[in-house]
Design a protein around this ligand. Structure first.
Ligand code: CTP
Ligand code: MG
Length: 167
């Protein structure tokens, strides 16, 4: 078995994705202001991304995710460029999900189960590939552990009144 224990595998997966988790969470705290789509409509007459995807949230998420990657570099020799790329991928994955939600007539903030919980993970995984190809077992662990972590942290943020919706 390539891993001593399942714990080592989970630890590897979490260290790999952690800058992206931070990039995804920070906009909840730091977002607001001008939306990325500048309130423009797509040719179908609906918003491109919608009012909840803001420039400030994107930049703050990318900055904090990248800094977390730098800290992980000091702690675990984590690749700094990987931290930047998984953060960027997480934010772009979430934007793509919002784009799809708007096409489906979902107003900003409305829940789309599974997609809401995994959009940023798929974005992060895709954007990591120019640097390293994530191992299949790491991908599987992330797909399994991210939805419960996401549900728990969002609910906690809602209880702390940091977020308007519990999802
Ligand atoms: N946010 C932001 N800028 C971003 C991404 C998120 O400001 N680029 C903030 C918004 O306040 C948003 C919150 O983070 O409401 C949570 O983001 P998310 O759950 O991904 O978006 P939703 O509010 O569900 O909007 P959507 O329907 O577009 O997914
Ligand atoms: Mg989303």
């Amino acid at each position: 078995m390539p891993y001593e224990t399942i714990t080592d595998l989970i630890k590897e997966a979490i260290i790999f994705i952690f800058p992206a988790y931070c990039a995804n969470a920070i906009p909840v705290l730091a977002g607001g202001g001008k939306p990325i789509d500048l309130n423009k409509k797509f040719p179908d007459g609906k918003p491109v991304f919608g009012s909840n995807k803001t420039i400030r949230g994107f930049i703050a998420g990318l900055a904090v995710g990248t800094v977390v990657g730098v800290l992980q570099n000091l702690l675990f020799n984590y690749n700094i460029f990987l931290g930047f790329m998984v953060s960027l991928g997480a934010l772009i994955g979430d934007l793509i999900e919002s784009f799809i939600k708007r096409r489906l007539n979902f107003e900003p903030g409305r829940m789309l189960p599974i997609a809401d919980q995994l959009d940023f993970v798929f974005g992060a995984l895709l954007f990591s590939t120019p640097i390293i190809i994530p191992k299949l077992e790491v991908v599987l662990v992330l797909i399994l552990i991210t939805p419960p972590i996401h549900i728990f942290t969002n609910f906690a943020a809602y209880l702390l009144k940091l977020k308007k919706t519990p999802w």
